[in-house]
Write a protein that binds this ligand. Structure first.
Ligand code: CXF
Ligand code: ZN
Length: 372
């Protein structure tokens, strides 16, 4: 048994408070990880604000993390104490229909990641009153230490700094993968990225990696458009709604882009992005929608006659187990940027400030870093 400081989500709309949480020893297939860095992804913020509901509170949020394995359960294989790991927000059970085909991003356990318990259905964290505390995405990384199943940990090489590695747990594969593996952008094609935050900026660099010749970044924050140019955008559009569609059609001789990526607020951006897409093109949704939004209207005749595809991409539509080591290799070769994604580093007790900065549009990515 040991203690860990953790940012605990107890009440929708309230600041998360740093508490001491008791950690039980890892189960047979689990590992205890000392978190070194965890990114402030917007998904956790949606949960804090009640826009996406999780099944229980209290819960430790945080799912974009890297750290060091301190202790392993008896039945763990392929992970050792001292290993550096990236944690994956969808576990790879290894035995379901999807995992058997290497499609770990579609693992049958995925729908359980907002429930709170560990992969085995029990809890490893307790608060000072002895109540069970959940772990978002079976990770709960807004904490000094966490316990995860081996299905949620990927061993990485030790040369990658933890703050950079943490981003490769969510935002980088989500965005880069959406371009490479979902839309399969080809050299010379045109791309529109709506919403240039953490995911969108990685779609921009993914499209550049794929050799897209026109990458149109769209955002209502001018600073994000400037950043997008550094990541490979060839054009910036500060517009939304019909004005966004018009601006993109103007830049593409009235044809539209081959691939549009909806990286923020799908209820507001999907139709404008769809209409800015060329006939036969792809519209890829990488963003969460609030629980209260249950449908988005696309005129069916328009969908039919324009022969466009609307698709979803979680984890960049590729296995984190296969994709993450590959992305680290691309970083090492200088083919993708990681350091430039980090706007600011925070201590764990500054986490609410970090999210306020994200909400104010100041951060591409804030990262909580821990001293050793
Ligand atoms: C999300 C995807 C939807 C479920 C929770 C985790 N991923 C990352 O931000
Ligand atoms: Zn995330």
């Amino acid at each position: 048994m040991m203690e860990s400081r953790a940012a605990v989500f107890r009440e929708i709309g309230a600041a998360v408070a740093i508490e001491r949480v008791t950690l039980d020893p890892p189960g047979p297939t689990e590992v205890r990880v000392r978190i070194a860095a965890v990114g402030l992804c917007r998904t956790d913020y949606h949960v804090m604000r009640g826009e996406r509901r999780v099944a229980m509170q209290p819960m430790v949020l945080g799912h974009e993390a890297a750290g060091v394995v301190e202790h392993i359960g008896d039945a763990v294989s392929g992970i050792n104490a001292g290993d550096h790991v990236i944690l994956t927000f969808i576990p790879a059970c290894g035995t379901c229909h999807w995992c058997r085909q290497g499609l770990h991003h579609l693992c049958a356990e995925g729908p359980r990641i907002t429930q709170g318990p560990q992969l085995d259905g029990t809890y490893r964290r307790r608060d000072r009153d002895g109540h069970a505390v959940g772990a978002f995405c079976m990770i709960g990384a807004f904490a000094e230490r966490t316990i995860v199943d081996q299905a949620s940990a990927i061993v990485i090489d030790k040369d990658i700094p933890f703050d950079l590695a943490s981003l490769v747990a969510c935002g980088v594969p989500a965005g880069v993968g959406a371009a490479r593996h979902r839309a399969r952008v080809q050299p010379g094609e045109s791309v529109l990225v709506v919403g240039c935050g953490g995911d969108g900026m990685n779609v921009v660099q993914g499209a550049r990696l794929c050799g897209a010749s026109q990458i149109i970044a769209a955002d209502i924050a001018p600073a994000k458009l400037d950043w997008a140019r550094e990541f490979g955008a060839t054009h910036g559009v500060n517009a939304q709604g019909e004005a966004l569609t018009r601006a993109v059609l103007e830049l593409t001789s009235g044809i539209g882009v081959n691939h549009a990526f909806v990286c923020i607020d799908p209820p507001a951006t999907l139709l404008p992005a769809f209409r800015a897409t060329a006939k036969g093109g792809n519209v890829v949704v990488t963003a969460l929608t609030p629980d209260t939004v249950t449908e988005i209207k696309i005129p069916p005749l328009e969908l039919f006659v324009t022969q466009k595809a609307i698709m979803g991409a979680v984890y960049g539509f590729a296995s984190p187990r296969l994709q993450i080591p590959e992305l680290l290799g691309l970083y090492r070769k200088g083919a993708i940027k990681l350091r430039e994604l980090i706007t600011r580093r925070y201590r764990l007790d500054e986490i609410n400030q970090g999210y306020a900065d994200l909400d104010a549009g100041k951060n591409l990515r804030g990262v909580v870093v821990f001293d050793d």
